[in-house]
Design a protein around this ligand. Sequence first.
Ligand code: KG4
Ligand code: ZN
Length: 346
Amino acid sequence: MNILAIETSCDETAAAVVTLSTSGWVEVVSHVVASSEALHTQTGGIVPEVAAREQLGAITPTINKTINQAELTWAEIDAIAVTQGPGLIGSLLVGVETAKTVALALDKPLLPINHLIGHIYANWLESDDQPSTPPDFPTLALIVSGGHTELILLNGYRDYELIGGTRDDAAGECFDKCARALGLPYPGGPNIARLANELDSSVKSPLEPLPRPLLHDDTFDVSFSGLKAAFVRQVERLKGQERLDLEYQRHLAADLQQAIVDSLQKKVSQAIEAYQPKAFLLAGGVAANRFLRHQLESTCQELSVPFYKPEQKYCVDNAAMIGAAALFVGQQVPPLQVSANPSLAL
Ligand code: KG4
Ligand code: ZN
């Protein structure tokens, strides 16, 4: 079963062909991502209309390139999967309307997919770095992206329970906005991580510690807006004192990364103890962060829970994860009944 998947929920235009291998893992036959990141770097963030306009131009070449790279004919594609939401309406429309047109014109089944479920199923994509077999249920998943921070318990392929999440900003949003305060380009997460990594970790931070809201409460919720505000205050203070040199920027970046990771690590560990899952999955763009991956892997080792993480290229938005989700939970819907839904719930 070859699935052509399309993902355009945010600023990327992505397509992939995936198939289920006998091992239970999903094989990525081809995958292409056209990013408009360079444009958003200029504006310091995503401008929705700019993103959608770029996607309109990129969608057909991206799909054609994916089919060519897969060395398949259209006749060999068995179904079309597409991200239905949540995301930016203009961006979603480009993918959804294209997928509907392809499905109708070629008479293929259309499988609409929730973007967040896609991030989770990135953990079923074949990779040398994963444990030997795909995750078992119940599974605990942490989705950390630019728009979402959610802890989800999966009792089966289609059985999701939201057990916690952010009360305000998403972890990626916190990285992005703090990076912006430091004058770093969008997306901020990788730039903060790079600065933090330049620091010798044995050097103690000279800065006031950043807050970790909700760290000691017994819910599985996190909060990042107070952390963001404290970070921006520190930046302003150092600027005012003319002390914001590269060394201080590195300390700020490392302290921020540490505060975000501490909050996530604590809640994951609390949730593993409460629910005793058979696997833990990390997902979403922030899951590309090496320090977060390392710390959560240690937590899982301590608690004897198998740890899963997608390859970094499948953590950030891509279409292979949408295809993987379609293979396990895709449900055919008549194309004319499918519409983009920017606030699609889990
Ligand atoms: O999943 P994604 O590509 O898009 C959304 O669905 O939001 O996630 C994008 C987010 C951005 O906030 C970006 O700064 C963050 O993921 N990100 C990272 C890293 N790579 C991407 N955050 C921290 N460290 C990274 N290495
Ligand atoms: Zn995403």
